[in-house]
Design a protein around this ligand. Structure first.
Ligand SMILES: Nc1ncnc2c1ncn2[C@@H]1O[C@H](COP(=O)(O)OP(=O)(O)OP(=O)(O)O)[C@@H](O)[C@H]1O
Length: 207
């Protein structure tokens, strides 16, 4: 059974510890909504969970090959079509069939368009469709609804609900209420690193 558990985790940007003492456990069907003001460390935590940077301290159990990450950048190849982009990712992740992902984000009519010619919201929908193509059970997503209109936000929320309904897990930094069942709100600012606050105070003395 896929689980995601973090124990006494500390995450850093460069050498500076941003968050420390983080702990949670996520079971199949559960979502964790990350909240916190700009710069509080949501992206840093998501990148660490996704294995894009090492933790400064503590443990992550159950991430690794189980986790797929959707960051601020959609990571699209502008000279490939919508369908070619998804096929590229399907090959990387060793999965088959892009049609459900196209349908989930209403991209089927756009399948032969070059990704570079899509609107911002369409690009975002394609970036999110990639999560379905990965076939991975844990989704880590950073502000996934940026650029999406209300209808597309609902498509996204429905896709996440379906993923959770199939036993998937999700960690999502978002300010929007996605109406997810089993969603727990996790305010990262409660875990701000003490060393960082101390540094900010001493910096102020030199201003
Ligand atoms: N490349 C970098 N080098 C050094 N510090 C960075 C770098 N990127 C971000 N930081 C700092 O790390 C801290 C945490 O940033 P992070 O992007 O994780 O926050 P966030 O909660 O995702 O913010 P936002 O809501 O604005 O996206 C901030 O103080 C930020 O200024």
């Amino acid at each position: 059974m896929t689980m995601l558990e973090i124990r006494d985790l500390a995450v850093a940007r460069g050498a500076a510890c941003v968050l420390e003492g983080l702990a949670f456990t996520l079971a199949p069907g559960q979502a964790l909504i990350l909240r916190g003001p700009n710069g509080s460390g949501k992206t840093t935590l998501l990148r660490t969970l996704a294995g894009l940077q090492p933790p400064q301290a503590g443990e992550i159990l159950g991430g690794g090959e189980e986790i797929a990450y959707a960051g601020h950048s959609d990571g699209l190849k502008s000279m490939l079509t919508v369908a070619e982009n998804l096929t590229f990712w399907a090959e990387i992740y060793g999965t088959r069939g892009i049609d459900p992902a196209l349908a989930a984000f209403e991209l089927t009519p756009l399948r032969d368009r070059l990704a570079g010619t899509l609107s911002a919201g369409q690009k975002r929908r394609l970036g999110l469709a990639r999560m379905l193509v990965t076939g991975r059970p844990i989704w880590a997503m950073d502000e996934p609804t940026v650029s999406l209109d209300a209808a597309s936000v609902e498509l996204f929320a429905a896709t996440v609900r379906a993923h959770l309904g199939q036993g998937g897990l999700a960690v999502i930094a978002t300010h929007i209420d996605l109406g997810l069942p089993e969603a727990h709100v996790f305010d990262v600012s409660r875990f701000a690193a003490r060393a960082q606050s101390a540094a900010a105070t001493s910096d102020e003395a030199f201003l």
